[in-house]
Write a protein that binds this ligand. Sequence first.
Ligand code: AR6
Length: 182
Amino acid sequence: MTVLTRRIGGVQLDIIVADIATLGVDAIVNAANTSLLGGGGVDGAIHRAAGPELVAECRMLHGCKTGDAKITKGYRLRAAHVIHTVGPVWNGGTIGEDDRLASCYRRAMELCGQHKLTSVAFPAISTGIYRFPADRAAEIAVRTTVEMLPAAPSVDRVVFCCFSEPSAELHAEALARHSGPC
Ligand code: AR6
């Protein structure tokens, strides 16, 4: 279900409610943990849909630091690639959680630029098991991604793939703030 679509320059930005593991985009972003070896939430859904070849490639990456991102193939997913990033665990906002969350979106967009990807879908990183406040995370997600569009000129579509309507509403409000008048 599409909640909002906006254009910024030549880029279409969509807020949708969906299972990210079903999307046919160039890359889906995974909210992983530092091991990159799978887990619950969106990480579990992506690994289940991609099949065991995904964890086999992830094993060769030797983990990922919080705020960083690494790219693999998508295997049995419709998406050709998975960009694995590790969001911060929320700890009251006092230990740099905002910057680390922004870094996830920044690094993912940098990888899109480096690999000349045309479309990318993000889940609401850190807002599930890692307990980052959903409104604060949506603002950081949209603001950082919009700021990074010039660094990934190959990208012509960005999807914020939310898992609930309240989450999508928060992203829609943030996108309206950052995309100016229609
Ligand atoms: N499609 C889109 N969004 C989803 C899906 C899905 N299939 N499933 C959940 N979400 P979470 P985190 C939403 O917990 O907070 C894992 O165990 C969910 O509603 O998946 O970054 C990792 O291995 C929420 O809004 O990720 C780590 O250990 C958002 O995705 C840890 O969880 C993120 O929720 C990472 O925690």
